[in-house]
Design a protein around this ligand. Sequence first.
Ligand code: F6P
Length: 353
Amino acid sequence: MWAADGAAGVRVGILTGGGDAPGLNAAIRAVARSAFAAGDTVIGVRNGWSGLTGAGDLVELRRSDISGILQLGGTILGSSRVNPMKREGGLEDCLGNLRGDGLDALVAIGGDDTLRVAAWLAEHGAPLVGVPKTMDNDLSVTDYCIGFDSAVSIVTEALDRLHTTAASHHRVMVVEVMGRDTGWVAVMGGLAGGADLIIIPEFPLGIDDVVAHLDRRRSRGSDFSIIVVSEGVSMDGMAQEGGEPARTDAFGHAQLSKRGVGEWLAATIEDRTGLETRTTVLGYTQRGGSPTAYDRIWATRVGASAYSLAAGGRWAMMPVVRGGTVEIAAISDVVAEQRRVPAELYELARVFF
Ligand code: F6P
């Protein structure tokens, strides 16, 4: 059905799915350069799984296409949240397009949604390997996902800037950051940027706790505070979008940017304490721009490793980062559960509240 494992001169596909993140292009480049070095042909699948549905949208990538992209944010292939598992005929479409284009291997670069589709297609015989990417950094088994360091750097820089304006005006500054169901971006960004309180889904706080903390800080002589809140946090008393159901994407995730936990928290703090309070929602800036050196390096390492897996016909597997090195794991294990912020890390952050 598919070309013999390990055969030279094969056709290797690359796909990027889900939310974009800095470092995707570095990973594309690493897969493609490894493939070119082996004499393979490289095919880009456009716009995530959308590029394998319907008539398909695939394009051959030349050396010139991947030149100068290491430092570029986003993904030259485009991305989407299209979910073939939820589409009538999605499986047949994907398998048909892979075969129709003569792909001998496909490297799927993504987070839990993209990799879940990859595992599903691999179960149905598709020659797939994965690469861990999500600025949320919440895949299990791997210590690291492409995009996380860049996102944390952006949060850190924002907190540095917000400190000076919050101090000048003696205000409370609520900073809403991404991270969906986990608080990795909030806790690491908050630690690096010296947040005075970090609120994440793993360790919920009530509004009374927040008010008491601000009172404590004031009595200690601190006349401004920076609060980092993760977009997925639920707080008692927060209205549910006027009673309407939250909008969801094709994978069933609520669009958290529309929930407005940061705005709600700031308004409630101001009502309860009388302290002048402002909100900054960092939103998509956390996913934009150039990757950090750390992201470029890990994207390069896991990208090259994913190519080796594909060349060896090790389908349904993917490189992961563990203990500072690249190891190999089953995609199904990586998406089996979410990796959540452990208590010891949150306890460390609490020392500085
Ligand atoms: O999964 C990465 C992420 O950036 C989350 O942190 C965020 O909740 C979500 O994507 C936003 O999704 P979309 O790009 O579909 O608005």
